[in-house]
Design a protein. Structure first.
Length: 341
């Protein structure tokens, strides 16, 4: 919302598309919003394509449909262009019958309200005396039938033994934390209250810490039978926490889950990948493999003094650059074609 508002204020048209890399055959499920901004045409160039005019020249339904979806509608003009997103990432979807006026983004009651942006669209400000902002937005569904990369395609045959998980208790904890969790929580600000509640051998806070560190479904279930738990609920210092099951170990025949910044480390983490590289043998992913999941060149982050955990952090903050590469060709063609007119 803020980015869209700022770009419109700065004199740009704005096109966006939400793209999940794995929907287009890439090896990681990473869903991100991508934005292209086109410098707004001046009044003299508004209704024609000319040098420096890179967006669609007419914003009625027909040309905008061609630009945003790549589809031709009844009465299509051969001069209408297909936009870079539509060229690089084919979709199914249709624009609404009419454009809508963009609400005041800074005054819109966003709380509890679904915005008008969908997962693909185009916004612009017209060049009338009293400027108004307009929007075409719609739901785009990926349309891809090419090769699909999986986690198995990027893992290496030979790995550093430092990434192996051999401790049976740690594997037990991973099995627990990746499964269905039915736990309860106490906020740190309520610790002193919890410490004053008798839980038998200990107080409620210690009971809570023991459950948290136990990684044991039965331990959590039994703790709910303790009168201290019930007292904590009555006082409002306890709230429930639940989590659904995740695939464990991570399946090799599918794209990976989204890489996170804490991907590499020794502690047990629900979000870290764990693969079974041989029957009954498990390990985490290495920096090289994380680079491949984001489609970077091998060892892109390997610099003197850069720790493996830092390399993992960098990849957790990165994009799947295969998306940017696929956009590069259509963007370059658009710039060349419009610059030569």
């Amino acid at each position: 919302m803020v980015i869209l508002n700022d770009l419109l204020k700065l004199g740009y048209d704005v096109e966006w598309r939400v793209i999940n890399a794995s929907d287009y055959g890439m090896p990681q499920q990473r869903r991100r919003t991508f934005i292209l901004a086109y410098r707004r045409p001046t009044k003299s160039t508004f209704y024609r394509n000319g040098p420096g005019v890179f967006g669609p020249k007419i914003r009625t339904r027909g040309p905008m449909s061609k630009w945003l979806t790549g589809k031709e509608v009844l009465g299509t003009n051969p001069e209408w262009s297909k936009g870079p997103f539509a060229e690089a990432f084919p979709i199914e979807g249709e624009l609404g019958e009419t454009k809508i006026e963009l609400p005041d983004l800074l005054k819109y009651p966003w709380s509890g309200v679904t915005g008008p942006f969908a997962n693909a669209g185009y916004a612009w400000q017209d060049n009338q005396k009293v400027a108004r902002r307009w929007l075409w937005a719609f739901k785009a569904e990926p349309n891809y039938d090419g090769k699909r990369l999986t986690l198995a395609d990027i893992i290496v045959d030979e790995h550093d033994s430092d990434y192996e998980i051999t401790d049976k208790d740690k594997l037990r904890m991973y099995s627990y934390i990746k499964g269905v969790q039915k736990e309860w929580r106490i906020r740190k600000v309520d610790r002193k209250v919890a410490e004053r509640i008798d839980a038998g051998e200990d107080n409620l806070w210690i009971l809570y810490q023991r459950c948290t560190k136990g990684y044991d479904t039965q331990l959590w279930a039994k703790s709910r039978e303790n009168p201290a738990y019930k007292e904590g609920r009555n006082l409002g210092i306890i709230y429930d926490y639940t989590a659904g099951a995740m695939a464990y170990p991570d399946p090799l025949n599918k794209p990976s889950r989204t890489v996170v910044t804490a991907e590499i480390g020794k502690s047990v983490s629900r979000m870290r990948h764990v693969i079974e590289y041989e029957e009954g043998k498990f390990r985490g992913l290495m920096p090289l493999e994380l680079e491949r999941l984001n489609m970077f060149p091998d060892n892109w982050t390997e610099y003197e003094g850069t720790s493996p955990s830092r390399r993992g952090f960098l990849m957790g903050n990165a994009l799947v650059i295969g998306i940017v590469k696929k956009l590069a060709g259509p963007l370059a063609k658009l710039i060349r074609d419009r610059s030569e007119q």
